[in-house]
Design a protein around this ligand. Structure first.
Ligand code: ZN
Length: 526
């Protein structure tokens, strides 16, 4: 116990323990608290030793001090007991509630999300809320900054999680792993001011504005007369411009991006770009100003995403969007165009790599010219064939966004550890797929999924490497998590979480390996 008590003399935040010391202290704390303590989590702050622990598969926050006053001053909610032996240590065991997460973020700022800026970054969406330790293991020491709290409003409603829970789950995961390098939080695909307010209140720091509903995809095919009519009707007052001013600004010259790239706007190119994107620009400006009004400049960062549109963003359209946003005073850290080719969920890039590289290199050049800002790749998981191209041309001024791929790794663990449950989930997913695929970009064919009943248990995990199976399982997550057999009984949810909790190390290892494969191309070339 002396080793433990000696930690309590440090003031403020003490440096992390080296692993051998942490293992010893974890043992002492486990005995003292009747829990199983995560050694990496042990943190000394103002005379108290804080830690994450587990008791019967339930995660708990613990705090120990030889001063009851010091412990109470922390402000955590939980019962305090005093050990009966001569050490007279006070032990507090707290549940992982929202209130305790808020307090922990105040006590230990590294458990609070921060701004990412121009660092190469990887968004690690976590639909289950228990994946952050795995994400941390993938990113630790890589030089990339992880965005561990990342969820779109759509995903929050499908997983029945609140914005607060998304942030809290990242906080607990970061604390559990003792990860002090900082992490980001991305309120993804926000479409309205109400979405923004919800996520601001929860403590998000990055806001991805998706003005996709205001993109006019038909403009790609419209004839010049239609385009000219649409152009005249654009929201010019919101755009603080006029048809004539805009024409003059773009069609009057040549825009030199770099030595290899010059862009020119013919009348038709301008009409098409403006008809397609100007209303989206106006909507983005409105939401950006809403954020400025609420929290002020410098307190948040912005991403602009037009990735979920029907047609690709051409390089000249990317230039137009960036130029217009800049003219209207918007500051952003990353922009996600809709790139050429198919970005289906959870599978590799589909398309001509040469065409992609030519276009992508020009998008990256535009991003350098106007920002520089990061190019963001949405539906970015499992696109292994294009990562080297992206790394080269962005010089790692890049944000990778992944979400569902971690859920697929969770199902791989289920396939390994509970084959019966996996078979049930797969059969249900195949049933749900025709309906659930509607809002996703996928092309899987249920007829191509191997029959799970004819596979041995040991072969099931291999289904997670099969194209159709991946997509089908990817887009049905909401149905799988929410389906009930009766009023208050989930069909899969509780068993799924139970399996993952029981095999958490297997799960973290699978995540670390899979996400690690995503980020390796961006660390090797640094
Ligand atoms: Zn997206």
């Amino acid at each position: 116990m002396e080793q433990l008590v000696s930690l309590m003399t440090a003031e403020g935040l003490a440096p992390a323990l080296v692993s051998e010391q942490a293992a010893n202290v974890a043992k002492l704390l486990s005995e003292l608290s009747g829990t199983c303590v995560y050694a990496e989590s042990i943190t000394t702050m103002d005379g108290c030793v804080l830690f994450m622990a587990r008791r019967k598969l339930q995660n708990l926050l613990g705090a120990v001090s030889n001063s009851r006053d010091a412990l109470e001053a922390m402000g955590l909610m939980g019962e305090i007991c005093t050990s009966g032996d001569s050490t007279e240590l006070h032990v507090q065991i707290c549940e992982t509630t929202h209130e305790n997460a808020v307090t922990l973020r105040k006590l230990l700022p590294f458990t609070s999300p921060s701004l990412v800026g121009m660092k190469t970054s990887a968004g690690c969406g976590d639909r289950l809320g228990i994946t952050t330790p795995g994400h941390i293991r993938a990113l630790r020491g890589s030089g990339l900054m992880g965005v561990f709290a990342q969820q779109s409003i759509r995903e929050m409603s499908r997983t029945q999680r609140t914005a607060e829970e998304v942030i809290d789950d990242a906080t607990w995961g970061v604390f559990q792993e003792g990860y002090r390098e900082g992490f980001g939080s991305d309120a993804d695909h926000l479409k309205t001011a109400e979405d923004i307010d919800r996520c601001l209140a929860a403590g998000f720091t990055m806001f991805t504005i998706d003005p996709g509903d205001h993109v006019d995809n038909a403009a790609d095919e419209d004839d010049e007369t239609t385009l000219a009519e649409k152009y005249e009707r654009l929201p010019w007052s919101s755009l603080e411009s006029s048809p004539a001013d805009c024409r003059q600004m773009y069609t009057d010259g040549v825009f030199k991006i770099n030595d290899d790239l010059e862009l020119t706007f013919t009348r038709e190119i301008l009409l098409r770009a403006a008809a397609k994107y100007s209303s989206a620009v106006a909507h983005t400006v409105q939401l950006y100003r809403h954020l400025i009004e609420k929290v002020g400049e410098g307190a948040f960062e912005l991403e602009v995403s037009v990735d979920e549109t029907a047609t690709p963003t051409t390089v000249v359209e990317h230039f137009f969007i960036a130029s217009e946003l800049k003219r209207l005073g918007v500051k952003w850290v990353s922009l996600a165009p809709r790139f050429v080719g198919e970005f289906e969920k959870g599978v590799d890039y589909i398309g001509d790599l040469e065409v992609f590289e030519r276009e992508f290199s020009q998008h990256a050049a535009v991003a350098r010219r106007f920002g520089p800002y990061k190019i963001s790749l949405h539906s970015g998981s499992d696109k292994f064939s294009i990562y080297p191209i992206i790394s080269t041309h962005t010089k790692n001024l890049f944000h990778l966004k992944t979400a569902g791929t971690s859920y697929l790794e969770a199902l791989r663990v289920v396939a390994l550890c509970d084959p019966t449950l996996f078979r049930e989930i797969l059969a249900f997913a195949i049933e749900r797929y025709p309906e659930d695929r509607a809002s996703y970009h996928v092309s899987a064919d249920t007829a191509k999924v191997p029959e799970a009943d004819k596979l041995r248990d040991a072969q099931l995990a291999g289904l997670l490497d099969q194209f159709d199976c991946r997509e089908i399982l990817h887009v049905t997550f909401g149905s799988v998590l929410n389906v009930k057999t009766s009023e208050d009984l989930y069909r899969f949810r509780d068993r799924l979480f139970h399996t993952l909790n029981e095999h958490e190390e297997t799960y973290y290892t699978a995540i670390a390996k899979h996400i690690g494969k995503h980020i390796a191309p961006f660390t090797e070339s640094k």
